[in-house]
Ligand binder design. Structure first.
Ligand SMILES: [Zn+2]
Length: 598
């Protein structure tokens, strides 16, 4: 009997404990019920407007994360002393509405959410510019913009809240506590991983780590975006300030301008095995293939990239720093800076890192050292000002900037290439490949075959763009170097597409994402005038090379002498270190790992 009573007592007690916990859990929501509902609906409306304007799929997880966000804010307010509670509630209403207004305005006008670029513009805009901005954008048109949806929401919610306040009372009964606390638990389970990611982001110590968090729409709430923007600004300011100050100190001893026109084309997401130059059976690169057969293009066979993320590749491509060096890249010269100091005219014609607030999210961290005012001025004499849907249009930019060319030029083209989404990278006229071309691929669904077709069409279009660039320099004394930033996956070795966050170093991932095509084209005139370099290029084509050291080759091609140049890192030199351990991301031994299971 005693035991039975004991158990009954235990059940009673635990029921009481659970009820108490549920009441505690529900307390912040009940105590700040109107604010809680307001924040949740505001978040959802904001997200739906973004989805509508920016055309992305509704991140379903957001329906849970917004509950968690609203809950956490209400929880914080619950701890505020009673007399200050109203002040904090009003502050929360004002800040959240302000953020939503700014975010929706930016999404609608610039197709960009609150982010580092928007924050930079706001912080760097002077009084005159802000009044011009106000004249241009704040007008009657706003009434018909998505902002009016927000206005309707605010009015309706205000009216309903007032009505509910005087007519209903949410009593603290057990059932309500149970319902609300269960809702809370479900949301914690679903949304917590995404919020842990956010916390990691805010603890990041260097800018590269931030790249992994962008393009994640479920993470991109206005509060998170603002926090992200501030974080990027703080970290990059620190880094870029040191980098810029150091660039002033670097000097060039002499320069004999060995090559008059050096053209560096940086592509995007190029899978080596999708190029005919490396045996692909689909005709994706007819122009390059012809030039290779005619002996004009020297195709390198063993080149890899140090990273699979554009921004990291750019840093190491432009800097004389190598990825496996322990010290910071900010204390090394950027090769375009040295080119300018050696009296080369440097042009940067990019379809991604244009200096504007309309940058895509994937550019945000990558574009910083190219777009920071001081560093841009130190590296480039001329650059284009808008990005385009298709890469071919960059040639029009080049044509209009060509008048600024001098006797010695470094022209850097930076393409969108085969960047995801593949189908967006080629115009209609280049949609040659279709599902039916891949009937041998029994392992793929029709939808997947279409993705491969889209990728190959993008590669075919890329071939055309590269041809057009070469044509521009056909009659000049010119050398063209082509290198994509990194590879990609498109159902080749693994049944997947895209790229994995760095840190995944399986043999398949290394082969697909880090191995890249690479070639050098030299004009007829160039071949006649530069016998030694020609021979050196031919001799270099089978050397194992990682592109983080490409800057040394560029110094050599221009004949720039300076103490930062290292002959053993110049792939064209006889002293080039063919035994260098190629550590991708500075840690994984490419040659050791990638050999497995070929
Ligand atoms: Zn890239």
């Amino acid at each position: 009997m005693n035991i039975l009573n004991y158990i009954k007592g235990l059940i009673r007690n635990s029921k009481a404990v659970i009820a108490k916990m549920a009441a505690m859990c529900a307390y912040p929501m009940i105590e700040n019920k109107i604010l809680f509902i307001f924040l949740y609906l505001l978040g959802i409306i904001n997200m739906l407007i973004e989805v509508y304007v920016l055309h992305y799929r509704i991140p379903k997880i957001s329906f849970f994360t917004y509950v968690l966000d609203a809950y956490l804010i209400c929880l914080m307010i619950s701890f505020v002393p009673k007399r200050l509670k109203n002040v904090f509630q009003i502050l929360t209403y004002s800040i959240s509405v302000m953020l939503a207004v700014i975010n929706i305005f930016c999404v609608n006008k610039f197709h960009a959410k609150i982010g580092p670029e928007i924050l930079n513009v706001v912080l760097e805009t002077n009084k005159r510019e802000s009044s011009e901005f106000a004249d241009k954008y704040i007008n009657a048109e706003l009434i018909t913009s998505p902002l009016s949806i927000l206005l309707v929401y605010l009015i309706l919610f205000g009216m309903l809240a007032l009505y509910a306040h005087s007519h209903f009372k949410l009593s603290k009964n057990r059932l309500i506590s149970y319902i609300l606390s269960s809702l809370f638990v479900v949301c914690v389970v679903v949304a917590l991983p995404s919020r842990i990611t956010m916390i990691k982001l805010l603890k990041a110590e260097n800018i590269e780590e931030l790249d992994h968090y962008i393009n994640n729409h479920s993470l991109n709430t206005p509060y998170n975006n603002l926090a992200f923007a501030i974080k990027v600004r703080v970290l990059s300011n620190k880094d870029l300030d040191v980098l810029a100050k150091n660039q002033n100190k670097f000097t060039v001893d002499s320069c004999n301008h060995s090559s008059n026109n050096i053209i560096f084309i940086i592509g995007e997401s190029y899978i080596k095995c999708h190029s005919q130059l490396y045996g692909y059976k689909y005709e994706t690169t007819p122009y390059q293939k012809k030039r290779m057969n005619d002996g004009e293009i020297v195709v390198f066979t063993d080149v890899i990239t140090p990273a699979n993320l554009t921004s990291v590749v750019f840093k190491h491509t432009f800097s004389l720093h190598s990825i496996d060096m322990k010290d910071s890249w900010s204390s090394y010269p950027l090769f375009p800076v040295l080119y300018r100091k050696a009296n080369y005219h440097v042009a940067f014609i990019t379809n991604q890192f244009v200096k504007s607030i309309q940058q895509d999210a994937f550019n945000v961290t990558g574009g910083l050292f190219l777009n920071e005012n001081r560093l841009s001025a130190m590296q480039f004499d001329t650059r284009n000002i808008i990005s385009h849907q298709y890469d071919e249009e960059l040639l029009r930019d080049y044509d209009s900037l060509q008048q600024y060319n001098t006797a010695n030029n470094l022209i850097i083209f930076h393409l969108s290439g085969q960047h995801i989404d593949f189908y967006k990278r080629s115009p209609e006229a280049f949609k040659k490949f279709a599902v039916s071309d891949y009937s041998v691929r029994k392992d793929l669904s029709d939808q997947e075959k279409q993705i491969v077709a889209d990728y190959d069409n993008a590669t075919l279009y890329n071939d055309f763009v590269l041809e057009k660039i070469i044509e521009r320099f056909e009659n000049e004394d010119a050398i063209v170097i082509y290198m994509p930033d990194h590879g990609e996956e498109c159902y080749d070795e693994l049944h997947r597409m895209g790229r994995l966050p760095s840190g995944n170093f399986s043999p398949e991932v290394l082969r697909q994402e880090y191995r890249i095509p690479f070639w050098i084209w030299m004009s007829k005139k160039y071949r006649e005038n530069h016998h030694t370099i020609c021979k050196q290029v031919e001799n270099a084509k089978n050397k194992p090379f990682m592109t983080d050291d490409i800057s040394h080759m560029f110094l050599y091609l221009a004949g720039i002498k300076c103490k930062y140049y290292n002959d053993s890192k110049n792939v064209l030199s006889d002293s080039f270190d063919v035994n260098r351990k190629r550590l991708v991301e500075g840690i994984a031994d490419f040659d050791k790992i990638s050999e497995h299971k070929q």
